[in-house]
Design a protein around this ligand. Sequence first.
Ligand code: NI
Length: 254
Amino acid sequence: MSSFVDTHGHLYAEEFDSDRDEVVARALAQGVETIILPDIDSSTRERMYKLEAEYKDNMYALIGVHPTSIKEDYKQEIRLVEKELLQRNFIGVGEIGLDYYWDTSMRDEQIYSFEYQLGLAQDLHLPVVIHSRKSIDDIFISLKRFSGVQGILHCFPGDTNHAKRAIDMGFKIGVGGVVTFKNAKLAEVVKEIGVENIVLETDAPYLTPAPHRGKRNESSYIPIIGNFIAELTEQPIEQVAQITTNNAKSLFKI
Ligand code: NI
């Protein structure tokens, strides 16, 4: 059986409180042997660490303040991230980024926080996982200031030109359930750039792939996304699994 990496699963979220162990067991049974846990903010961090410790052979926590968590106390949140990054080892910084979809009132603070965390990643030579919504141009403006920083553009929101620009900067394109949605622009992007430039992700509990769309997402659905991409790019699923798994593991050095 092929082995997969879910590069983006919030399995510590409350949505999994009633059956988390079964969710993980289903993922492992499907060959999803590695799950990266992206951070949100200080309110979810303890839960994330606890889950990572329970599944230390399979899970890796990232650290970073999510753009929708940038509120009045953002400086305090960022200080906490910096402190923790210096205290223990992490495989990456995330998820960080810019989200102008829900709220633009904290735009300047979001940019400040994003760039501060890019700077931490640059200093520590860590990859970043970037969340971008209605903000792709500003993401590139910030990234240009931090040369050498590589990572994943999670839930990739751009077109093929954006993707190529990101790939040139050393980034992988995070592809999840959205690629299975009808008329998804992302499917065209994947066809153009090829599996060599992508990693698989769920963003569980969100963004569930077809045919489960509308229900809770979970890491065991990674092979559904992989199969969709295999058909899209006309190659065996085993090859998609192997290439995307290697991409994820070499990026995070795991
Ligand atoms: Ni996420």
